[in-house]
Design a protein around this ligand. Structure first.
Ligand SMILES: Cc1cc2nc3c(=O)[nH]c(=O)nc-3n(C[C@H](O)[C@H](O)[C@H](O)COP(=O)(O)OP(=O)(O)OC[C@H]3O[C@@H](n4cnc5c(N)ncnc54)[C@H](O)[C@@H]3O)c2cc1C
Length: 398
């Protein structure tokens, strides 16, 4: 397994254990069928509880039966899951970083008691509803509303491209609370009288429908859907009490993007390993193609890019551990590491010749998945603008 500058030699016992457990789980339980799931457009839902039993959901959080492992251990877990498929890592990322994290960070004691153990064990599935049909890169312009009615809120709006929505028990829905009367919210989050709030919406409530988006050509081994909310009543106790404004959803995305920065390294590494093994095995012109300088250049470049991405991911975990990680650091790593995986999966596919376009080999599946990973959780362009603003002090979004 590519670890060119020996980063894994410095791992602690817990981190090695998580790495080995995740690798074994993936090899035995997921890898044999993942190509079939990708072709069928299905997620292996029978593994959701098993992943919970293995401690794959939010193991970096504490309390409520959660493991409180190091950020490096969490990152390694994401890396090993995505080395199999981005759909598998997305399952763990959404459940852990986008659903359990906001409940853990901003939820009431009752909300934590009710949801964290169930989500952690995989007995319940969660989803994160931020994106809307007309508002993706600029979620602050969201149109989904919540209005106070007695001791309840009434939600109206629609969310789309929501991972796990069709199989979720609970959705974390971000909506503008217009109970104070809607001001001129415009495209920003300036309005104080319609702040963005998080609502825990059980998906079996009247007025909630979740349709599956089934024509994807990327992230096929993952369930994606829409959430329609029509006059959905939720008790006021379902509001996340600890946060108001875009800080709520954006802070969750920082957690999830940290996992993506690590996960992308796993996908790229898997492509590299497949290409290296294939090059050693495949004979043309009287010997293995690995003896050709053209193929060696591809492997050398791939290994260098992956190692650079690995270093960034490890450093990110150190910064997160000591509380110095900024959203801009995460933007740089998400942007760089996903681009690396996207580019290198294509090179790996090329090295596999015609065989490389089948589901028998992983690079083309990873390559298709990377189109989603490059786009979700902030597109590559948006992270470029985040860095541009941080480096110049000038925002260039509008
Ligand atoms: C498979 C999948 C799963 C997803 N899961 C979830 C989920 O669980 N929850 C959730 O809330 N969302 C989810 N998303 C949505 C995802 O986060 C959005 O697709 C993403 O934020 C981009 O929004 P958009 O698709 O509306 O594209 P747009 O915002 O319309 O962007 C279109 C293009 O314009 C570019 N662009 C936009 N603004 C600018 C600008 N200011 N300057 C330069 N270029 C710009 C973008 O980079 C992009 O190339 C998922 C998406 C996919 C594909």
């Amino acid at each position: 397994m590519l670890d060119y500058v020996g980063l894994e030699a410095d791992l602690g016992e817990e981190e090695r254990l998580i790495r080995d457990t995740a690798r074994e789980f993936v090899d035995e339980r997921v890898r044999p069928d993942i190509g079939d799931h990708f072709q069928a457009g299905t997620f292996p839902t029978e593994l959701i509880e098993e992943m919970g039993e293995m401690g794959f959901y939010a193991p970096n959080l504490d309390g409520y039966g959660l493991a409180n492992v190091s950020e490096t251990a969490y990152g390694i877990l994401m890396q090993e899951l995505e080395a199999c498929d981005s759909g598998l890592r997305s399952m763990a990322s959404v459940q852990g970083a986008l659903v359990m994290y906001p409940i853990h960070a901003y939820g009431s004691d009752d909300q934590k008691e009710r949801w964290l153990p169930a989500l952690g064990e995989g007995e319940a599935v969660g989803c994160f509803g931020l994106t809307e049909p007309d508002h993706g890169s600029n979620p602050a312009a969201m149109e989904t509303t919540a209005r106070r009615d007695g001791d309840a809120y009434v939600l109206d709006g629609s969310k789309t491209w929501i991972t796990n929505a069709p199989i979720a028990d609970v959705a974390v829905v971000w909506a503008r609370d217009e109970s104070g009367g809607r001001g001129d919210a415009g495209n920003s989050d300036r309005s104080d009288d319609a702040p963005v709030r998080g609502f825990l919406v059980e998906t079996d409530r009247d007025g909630v429908t979740t349709n599956e988006i089934d024509d994807k050509l990327s992230l096929r081994a993952s369930v994606t859907g829409e959430i329609s909310l029509q006059g959905v009543r939720v008790p006021e106790t379902n509001v996340l009490p600890g946060v108001s404004g875009m800080k709520g959803p954006l802070s969750c995305l920082t957690q999830a993007r940290f996992g993506i920065a690590w996960g992308a390294v796993g996908a790229a590494r898997d492509c590299f390993e497949q290409a290296r093994a294939y090059a050693a095995d495949r004979d043309q012109f009287g010997g293995p193609i690995a003896r050709f300088q053209l193929q060696q250049e591809k492997l050398a470049e791939m290994a260098t890019q992956i190692t650079t991405a690995q270093l960034l991911a490890y450093r990110l975990a150190e910064l997160k551990e000591r509380g110095d990680l900024t959203p801009q650091h995460v933007s740089m790593a998400k942007r760089n590491n996903v681009r690396t995986a996207r580019d290198q999966s294509r090179v790996a596919r090329e090295m596999l010749g015609g065989n490389g376009i089948t589901t028998d080999y992983s690079p083309m599946r990873h390559m298709a998945n990377m189109e989603t990973v490059y786009t979700y959780e902030g597109t590559h362009d948006i992270h470029t603008l985040v860095l541009g603003e941080d480096l110049t002090g000038i925002a260039a979004y509008e």
